[in-house]
Design a protein around this ligand. Sequence first.
Ligand code: IPM
Ligand code: MG
Length: 358
Amino acid sequence: MDYKIALIRGDGIGPEVVGEAVKVLNKIGEKFGHTFTYTDVLLGGCAIDACGKPFPDDTEEKCKACDAVLLGAVGGPKWDSCPADIRPEKGLLAIRKALGLYANLRPATLRPALADASPLKKETVDKGIDLMMVRELTGGIYFGKRDRYETEDRGTECTDLMAYSEKEIERIGRRAFELARLRRKKVTSVDKANVLETSRLWRSVMHKLAEEYSDVEYSDMLVDNTAMQIVRDPSQFDVVVTENMFGDILSDEASMVTGSIGLLPSASIGDTAPGLYEPIHGSAPDIAGQNKANPIATILSAAMMLRYSFDLMDEAQAIEDAVDAYLNAGYRTADLAGEGVTPLSCTECTEKIIALLK
Ligand code: IPM
Ligand code: MG
């Protein structure tokens, strides 16, 4: 098969890590008899520099013509002083909306070889961490109406509206239950139903789904309690489903407890192609261009692309196994190399992983 992939190399270390993931994809193509064709498009800071907009129309058109999108990272201090609507982050939000990517899958998995990197106690980590955060990505406070106005006696006042419809909640809920069926069959739905009306609606829709998916174990959890539980005992979670902003915050927390942000991939998918795949980490401008970045999160994002967009399960597994073999062999890039370990460069890391591809 021939698969068309749009590449958003982006800013900072983005171009380096995307380049490495492409090498791995090409090797997979060779081994399994697929062709991957790439189209380069701009998003974020580099798009602002080139055409004054973080999400150019050309990018939207070309992405929609592809089967999937692979993104490195966007943003950096260079664009910090740009006005709110032409910041790099705006490009990210706009592409999610334009491609209808309402489901953001963020696995937080502890790789046994890196258990020491977790900030949690050994006895907690030993129980294992393998949770899948399913974050609603195109609704809620991120996309609600915003306002800023002057008042007579209170100075400037602002509002950000959080809105959710039954339909939006149901479709993300279904994704979570379907995913749980392929995993440990457990869904935790996170909300703030003791305060927010959107959360009360969220909870009632989830309860209906829980009846329909009666083979899946279901529970509700308030978001503040969830934040505690993730550091107290992350092994209790399988699939965690939540609204956009709660998911933004909790997914950072969940990735931190695994101790290896540089390793975590993500997928953003809708009901139709293309899905978008990107590492969780940012653009790391401090090490950009130095061949020091850890490309694994982007390589694993490419594996998620094979699994979720192309249905290439064996190919995805081959990449994940090669990454595990790399870690088990003790190889480390600078972000993970402890004392006495000579770190591999970004390109050397990829060479090792490719050599370990079965
Ligand atoms: C993320 C990021 C983005 C978000 C920012 C950069 C807009 O934090 O993907 O989690 O808040 O969604
Ligand atoms: Mg975030």
